[in-house]
Ligand binder design. Structure first.
Ligand code: NAP
Length: 292
């Protein structure tokens, strides 16, 4: 149970509803900022404006998956309130107050450095990233179906990266009958691709390997789909870039060449907010109770 724990949820999307539900179930004292348009029946939650929050009473602050933007603004879909997270606010919290977000960015990193509070990035954890790859794969399949006029079955698919998302994506597209090649740089990853019955290639060979690709799915957060590589792709190819912003594709050049290329961030929150929220809620509950 989280009885006696003061937690502020600042901003977020439908995924946070599962977090609120879970924290309420566990008897935490919850302050909701950026949820004024949420019509809910959460008995244990108190809606406040950001300037009403008593930061000195908080044991934990839960931010949305992206944390803040590069200017410190916290996004919320349940309010029109402009919410900025500042160093001054965090400085008022007790020294052992922990801040949770999915990922980080230079603004948040600087704020944490200046205030010396503990910051936990939930998506750094293998368990969260692997569970989260499940709705990511479903969202990727949805995008491919929406943006192509051919079946996944029988098509030439390239997956770039064999991390937590890449492995799930490669396996699912193969199970749907696609001919899947995976580009990676580690020899252990290339061996794993081979073991999975898929076709491995070194990422340095991408330019050569992509000449007959129908669907290219990138999970590498560096520009691997450069103009040089894209110039070797057929014009009917479709690129889905799953890597975190700004992705790994030269989108300007793809557009110039007439190749459809889409950056697709936050798919779990779009296609399965309840499941994605539950993944976050379950791990947060464990972390908050162990930090108590
Ligand atoms: P991960 O486990 O760290 O995998 C990243 C992969 O990229 C690894 O295979 C890594 O290989 C490779 N890589 C990194 N830098 C490289 C480089 N310079 N050249 C070649 N390969 C490189 O990450 P993940 O959990 O799979 O997530 C992948 C990306 O998807 C992240 O940017 C994440 O934020 C994003 N994501 C997006 C969504 C969405 O909805 N769009 C959902 C979840 C995650 P090495 O092991 O060799 O470094």
């Amino acid at each position: 149970m989280l009885t006696g724990l003061n937690v502020a949820l600042i901003g977020g999307d439908a995924r946070q509803l599962e977090v609120i539900r879970k924290l309420e179930e566990l008897d935490a004292k919850i302050i909701l900022v950026g949820f004024d348009q949420l019509d809910h029946g959460y008995v244990g939650a108190d809606k406040q404006k950001i300037d009403e929050v008593d930061f000195s009473s908080l044991n934990a602050i839960i931010l949305p998956v992206p944390g803040t933007n590069l200017e410190g603004e916290v996004d919320t879909v349940f309010s029109n309130e402009k919410i900025f997270l500042t160093v001054e606010m965090i400085e008022q919290t007790p020294e052992n107050c922990t801040i949770y977000s999915g990922i980080t960015n230079p603004y948040l990193e600087k704020l944490i450095e200046k205030t010396n509070r503990e910051h936990i990035q939930l998506f750094d954890r293998d368990d969260v990233a692997i569970y989260n790859s499940i709705p990511t794969v479903e969202g990727t399949i949805m995008m491919v179906i929406q943006h192509t006029d051919f079946t996944i079955h029988g098509s030439n698919v390239i997956v770039l990266g064999l991390g937590r998302v890449g492995m799930s994506v490669a396996r699912a597209f193969s199970a749907l009958g696609a001919k899947v090649k995976v580009g990676a740089r580690k020899s252990s990853h290339l061996a794993r691709v081979y073991e999975m019955g898929l076709m491995p290639f070194h990422i340095n060979e991408l330019e050569k390997e992509c000449c007959n690709v129908d669907i290219c799915i990138n999970t590498i957060p560096f520009e691997v789909l450069s103009a040089q590589v894209i110039s070797n792709m057929p014009t009917q190819a479709f690129i889905v870039d799953l890597a975190s912003k700004p992705g790994g594709t030269d989108f300007r050049y793809a557009e110039k060449r007439g190749i459809k290329a889409l950056l697709a961030p936050g798919l779990p929150g779009i296609v399965a907010p309840k499941t994605a929220g539950k993944i976050i809620a379950d791990v947060l509950a464990k972390l908050l109770s162990s930090n108590k």
